[in-house]
Design a protein around this ligand. Sequence first.
Ligand code: SF4
Length: 182
Amino acid sequence: MNYANIKDCDIANGPGVRVTLFVSGCTHHCKGCFNREAWDFGYGEPFTRDTIDRILEMLKPSYVKGLTLLGGEPFEPQNQGPIVELLRQIKAIYPQKSIWAFSGYLFDRDILSGKLGDWEITKEYLSYLDVLVDGPFVEAKKDLMLRFRGSSNQRLINVPESLAAGKVVEWEDWQGNGRGMK
Ligand code: SF4
């Protein structure tokens, strides 16, 4: 897997100060994509042991609330293995830090169907996630007032509760379901 960028102080892609990893490679090719160069799986730098160590170090300060995975597409089959290796280590060292991921795939239709590569890897991946923002960016549904989302078709999904309930449970924060800004 390659990655395009790592931000160590991101406040736009999940609650609190976060480390954000932008992985390379995306097959959705949404119209109006904000990150077209990352469609190419070969874009950016190779994701290595050193990259994992760097992210673990960035997560160390107590004010960093967690990691966000962006892309590109963090659920492309070829990206899942290296990401699971990263998440396994993060959860072992920092079990209290939250993990968010943004995907153009739909949680129920695509990810839970097991069609995105090895289901055992996908299952382990999901076990580490707190929130998944799912669905492709749809330019016609773009809404700048939405919190943590680009278009209104995208959902903020509480992954542990959804897996336990066997249906999509939307993530809610103190500001009410992540709908609306601030
Ligand atoms: S899923 Fe994200 S990175 Fe991929 S094309 Fe759509 S907006 Fe761009």
